[in-house]
Ligand binder design. Structure first.
Ligand SMILES: Cc1ncc(COP(=O)(O)O)c(C=O)c1O
Length: 453
């Protein structure tokens, strides 16, 4: 027999930051890089599931998962055990020079999620998303013998030189760092809520495709373009889902001109949207996929997946000392066990991927209902546990200031969250979030929205 228990709530024992946190924040400010942002005064000490406790004993509900990373929540016993087991065996040899079973089997497992009949894929492992993106650009250039890369406005691809050049979200990432990578162009992203190029929500995908074709007529020779890189669902740019015809149309355009299609799945991938990769919501297959973040529940790991016919760079031309580290690979196996449902997580049905779809649908429906009471909620969008809430002014323009106030208010109530885009709060919790925990977070959000009225 089960007894009904009151759902767990955040516990705020001190004002934020508490004394121990304040001391660490002051020391952090003294000694760490001036480039780090510190918008939320929270210093984690330990976590359990979707809950994080700071060094002063304040416990918060985690609705951002370290930017869509902590797929399995904090300190998941299955992941902890896998990491401990591997670390006792060996921590490092170097995948560039020696194969290791744990990484071989991880590659075999990952490609199973993308291979179609008659099509073989291969994997290169890195430590981060940016490194996977760098590898994708190098591979695309090396394979095609072409130089130019087309990316999208609003995108985020990482902080290394190649990745930052492709990034199209904020000028502060680029200011003072040039010259960047040559031969990179940006085109609009088809955002149905703010359709570019004078289009409508229905026609924005086609409008962007026509825009690219127009570049090929007057500005950029198509036969000099190595690849188009795109986030199948845009993350940092505002948690945007493109119209259904956009990615298949991009595939056709790429095929017509011999251009490779790269999907950056670093943020939206690994089960977050309810499918292993977010592009799998559409009828489309890329040539190259970049993955990281949620792939190993917070252990540093990135992956470049490419069709075998594309992964033609020669022996020794690319590598990494730590990439594919066996401890990170062990965490990734454990993460996949839970995502695929090979190992069950209590209260999350057949798999975490399934849970993400179900709980995400519930949150979206509840937020859309709430949106009717609060006119400053202009849009609620997303798939699975990849959800964006856009704040608008009465004239419909983005209200970044209100978003900032709402984000901080939620934080002060005990809900860890993160902004993105111009005026969006992203909801990207661990995929183990239950409906009850989601309801707790939604209630906190409602109280914030009431306070913003
Ligand atoms: C879509 C996308 N690509 C690449 C990156 C870069 O990943 P990393 O910070 O691991 O280098 C990010 C990080 O936010 C991202 O969201």
């Amino acid at each position: 027999m089960t007894t009904a228990t009151k759902p767990r709530q955040p516990v705020l024992k001190t004002p934020l930051p508490g004394p121990k946190s304040a001391d660490i924040i002051a020391r952090d400010k003294q000694h760490l890089s001036t480039s780090y942002m510190r918008p939320y005064p929270f210093v984690p000490d330990h976590g359990e599931g979707v809950w994080l406790t700071d060094v002063d004993g304040n416990t918060m509900l985690d609705f951002f998962a370290g930017i869509a990373v902590s797929t399995t929540g904090h300190a998941h016993p299955h992941v902890v055990q896998a990491v401990q087991k591997q670390i006792e065996k060996f921590t490092h040899v170097c995948l560039t020079d020696y194969p290791q079973e744990i990484t071989t089997s991880l590659a075999e497992r990952l490609v199973k999620h993308v291979e179609k009949p008659g099509e073989k894929w291969r994997v290169f492992f890195s430590n981060s998303g940016a490194e996977a993106v760098e590898a994708a650009v190098k591979l695309a250039r090396n394979h095609t013998g072409r130089q130019h890369i087309i990316s999208t406005m609003g995108s985020f691809h990482g902080r290394t030189y190649g990745a930052i050049t492709l990034t199209g979200s904020k000028t502060k990432y680029k200011r003072g760092f040039g010259p960047l990578l040559p031969a990179v162009s940006h085109v609009p992203y088809p955002n149905p809520f703010r359709p570019p190029l004078g289009s409508t929500p229905e026609t924005c995908g086609q409008a962007v495709l026509e825009h690219i074709e127009s570049l090929f007529v007057g500005i950029l020779p198509a036969d000099e373009v190595a690849a188009i890189i795109v986030e199948p669902m845009q993350g940092e740019g505002g948690y945007i889902v493109p119209p259904a015809d956009f990615l298949p149309g991009l595939r056709k355009l790429c095929d017509k001109h011999g251009i490779l299609l790269i999907f950056d799945e670093v943020q939206a991938g690994m089960g977050r949207t309810g499918k292993m990769f977010s592009f799998q919501h559409f009828d489309v297959q890329p040539d190259i996929i970049t993955s990281a973040k949620g792939i190993a529940s917070g252990m540093p790991l990135g992956a470049l997946l490419a069709k075998e016919s594309v992964m033609t760079w020669p022996v020794g031309s690319h590598g990494s000392t730590y990439g594919g580290n066996p401890v990170a690979a062990a965490a990734s196996h454990a993460t996949l066990d839970l995502l695929e449902g090979k190992v069950k997580h209590d209260g999350c049905g057949e798999s975490l991927m399934h849970n993400a779809a179900e709980v995400g649908e519930y949150i979206m429906a509840e937020l859309k209902k709430m949106g009717q009471d609060f006119p400053f909620i202009g849009d609620v969008r997303g798939k699975g546990l990849f959800i964006g809430i856009e704040f608008v002014k009465p004239d419909g323009s983005p209200d970044g200031a209100l978003r900032d106030r709402a984000s901080m208010d939620m934080f002060e109530k005990g809900l860890l969250n993160l902004d993105c885009g111009e005026a969006v709060i992203r909801i990207s919790p661990p995929l183990i979030l239950t409906k009850e925990e989601a309801a707790t977070g939604l209630e906190m959000m409602r109280r914030t929205f009431e306070a913003m009225k």
